[in-house]
Design a protein around this ligand. Sequence first.
Ligand code: AGP
Length: 601
Amino acid sequence: MGGLRRLEYRGYDSGGVAIVDTAATTPTIAWAKKAGKLANLQGVLDEQPLPPSSTGIGHTRWATHGAPNDVNAHPHLDADGRIAVVHNGIIENFAVLRAELEAEGHELVSETDTEVVAHLLHDELERTPDLGEAVRLVCRRLEGAFTLVIADAAQPDVVVGARRNSPLVVGRGDGENFLGSDVAAFIEYTRDAIELGQDQVVVITADDVEVTGFDGSPAEVTPYHVDWDVSAAEKGGYDWYMLKEIDEQPQAVADTLLGRHTPDGRLQLDEMRLSDDELREIDKIIIIACGTASYAGLVAKYAIEHWTRVPCEVELASEFRYRDPIIDPRTLVVAISQSGETMDTLMALRYARQQRARVLSICNTNGSTIPRESDAVIYTHAGPEIAVASTKGFLAQIVACYLLGLYLAQVKGTKYGDEIAAIIGELEKIPAGIQRMLDDAPRVRKLAADLVDARSVLFLGRHTGYPVALEGALKLKELAYLHAEGFAAGELKHGPIALIEEGVPVFVVVPPKARDQLQDKVVSNIQEVRSRGARTIVLVEDGDDDVLSAADEVIRLPKVPTLLQPLVATVPLQVFACELATLLGHDVDQPRNLAKSVTVE
Ligand code: AGP
């Protein structure tokens, strides 16, 4: 259960376990499953414990096919109760397979695509007694994305895993081996892991790990050592992972910068597998990402275009491949993903590669699918992000994008070395700026308490403040389940201003004073909403007092260059959303309807 708990962030609408009961006269599968969070499953197991066993599988689910209820919870068994299967992903041809099975007389009890696999395996094992081979044969019939883990009462010492598109990692212990969708599942037992490749099947016993392709050919595997320890993946004394992760942001930013430049400010990116010649050819950049990661991309656009003079578009990954985008080998497609497993982003990336673009990913999860399928990668070093709402992942993504922009500027010569060194110098001061915002968190929490009855909250920003406004609104939506919207402040008069009524809280991110013209315009926007009854909460840099007369509340920001302001301005908005959600009694780490890693399209 410990391993499952550490995976609960990936999905938590039901959970289940199955073990091979070898104490029975004939080994059988014993299982338990329950809708809701793992605590519910634990309740069932406390009342009716499963017999001890050294072979078992477990699952925590985020529903795709079938409602989140007890019957649809995994594991799923074949009709004889001999085989137990857990599954992540979607089997796209399951309806055809199910119809075939039903025509042959199989009775399926759930609405899931997973149960089909248990029944297919049942039939296959009658022809092909070896579980590994039977799984390979069944996998060849499946379409879509899947990670499968299977136990068979007739082969009690073996667990078999298979993966296509969805993640699966092997943990190598001493006299014990593990499978998990990520290393958090087994990190308390071993930090030695093996990445499974695309279309591979793994057969583990206590002492052995055998990996093959779906065709049975032996596969080359890449073992690696995991640096995270158990405590890094746990809450460390905070009420919520999110709070811990918000507080880890100075470190996340510092670590992402670490080792990426020489003392004189020359960029060096070890995982940049694209040559300088290839990068010099790039004449267009397209950033693809989802949710918060896409807002990191929007922030990056301002910096990348400014530093490199290369046009940079930002596109939601889910829209990208459906609009016939103009891509060629001179296009650099940048996929941003904390988890490295977001299916929309992965599919957009694959599409870009088919169109012969060069693909670079910015990712926080070593060994995940998106960086593995990219030509180059810049890892963010934020450490594991467990809370569904991304915080440190976001800031680290912005920093990694800046590193990319500066690296391109260095290679293309669009910035002098001393200019790049100066920007790096400013970036290195950012962790202290974030820390200051964290020290100021109690004031923001008090503000959340004052606004706990708000029914709608608006966020305004211009330039890099615009994506910050979008991110502030997204945090509030996903955590506090409140109507919240972010706008470019200049758009206000084109419609959104009609939303302003007495007492509506409006957060405004004011650009640094250095951006005179922009600043004046934002000050006018603040006045416009305030005169219509809004309660204005203004985020403005130290020493800038021009907005004070129009501000009901002021949140001070340290003075930083405009392009870097999102790295400090986002922090109070995260704190605000987290506190408001806590006051409203919501589960901050696992908001309703959401999953940390969205591995379906
Ligand atoms: C952020 O708070 C969200 N939970 C979500 O928007 C997330 O950023 C998005 O799903 C992308 O995830 P990724 O970075 O793992 O690809």
